[in-house]
Design a protein around this ligand. Structure first.
Ligand SMILES: [Zn+2]
Length: 302
């Protein structure tokens, strides 16, 4: 693979020199589990249900989401098959162990690990078995990282899921990277852990206002997950939450015993989505609890 990639780069160098194509490798020369999203932007997902992203600049690589040591080892290898540029940054989306583990692999490769201050504080206080504390943190609602001619916008939208949840946008390429807040073709995740549902809805509306056309989603149940999706997927996830709430309230209106509502609620328009059979009832419990007890998790503004 590596030899083939190197040979291709030599041919490519000649082609670029003669001005007949852009300095990108073609689809058939991409490493396994890797897809091209835009100029210099690639997704990587080895079938472990987690998809990472990387952008190649002329001054190094920015990688998004380490996931685990196993995932990161394959991820780094894929990056190194695409480019000789070193990985300069590994950006964490949020605090949870299942997303933010494996950072040591990128640290060892010389990358700086970056997370929002709220994620950083949690990671420091709650060390996961495969997680290292990031090298740098940033605070507030917006931070930009520029490498070569590429800028990454880091957007913190406030409470929604986990801590320090960051939505990344590459404005020139019009590509976003979105973890957990939107998952194409899937109902909400099981018991909807660590989501403040009303704040999540607000955040999805704000994501729809960001400048991107295509997004790589960490979790993606569409037929070609590595290809990412669009704002329509974000809109569809938002609509699902609202349709589920409406269906719950329709049952209340009919006089259904509230304790029986999650078991009888149905949304046939989503029955093709992943998780529909296993999780719809759990989703309904969570939406109902949130509207009954009040929103959680919640914390005061600093
Ligand atoms: Zn999470």
């Amino acid at each position: 693979m590596r030899t083939r990639a190197r040979a291709f780069r030599i041919i490519l160098a000649a082609a670029v020199g003669s001005g007949i194509c852009s300095p990108l490798i073609s689809a058939q020369d991409l490493p396994d589990h890797t897809a091209r999203i835009a100029d210099g932007v690639y997704s990587y997902g080895p079938g472990d249900d987690y998809i990472s992203m990387f952008v190649v600049t002329d001054e190094g690589v920015i990688a998004f989401e380490s996931v685990s040591s196993e995932h990161s080892t394959g991820f780094l290898q894929a990056i190194q098959e695409v480019t000789d540029e070193p990985v300069r940054f590994l950006l964490h989306s949020h605090n949870h162990w299942d997303h933010a583990s494996g950072g040591q692999v990128f640290k060892d490769a010389g990358a700086t690990l970056v997370a929002h201050a709220e994620a950083y504080a949690w990671m420091e206080a709650n060390p996961g078995p495969d997680m290292v504390v990031p090298d740098e943190s940033w605070s507030g609602s917006r931070h930009d990282i520029t490498l070569g001619a590429t800028t990454v916008e880091l957007h913190y939208l406030g409470m929604n899921h986990g801590l320090g949840m960051t939505v990344f946008v590459l404005p020139e390429q019009r590509v976003a990277y979105i973890a957990d807040l939107a998952v194409p073709n899937r109902v909400m995740f099981s018991v909807v852990p660590d989501f403040n549902i009303r704040e999540w809805e607000r955040s999805l509306e704000e994501i729809l206002d960001l400048d991107f056309d295509r997004a790589v989603f960490t979790h993606n149940m569409a037929s070609e997950p590595l290809q990412g999706g669009t704002k329509q997927d974000v809109q569809d996830n938002l609509q699902f939450i609202r349709d589920l709430r409406a269906a719950i309230y329709a049952e209340f209106q009919k006089g259904t015993n509230p304790m029986a509502v999650p078991g009888v609620v149905r949304l046939p328009q989503y029955e093709d989505w992943a998780g529909y059979d296993q999780w719809l009832e759990m989703n309904a419990w969570r939406v109902m609890m949130d509207d009954w007890m009040g929103p959680f998790p919640w914390r005061p503004e600093d």
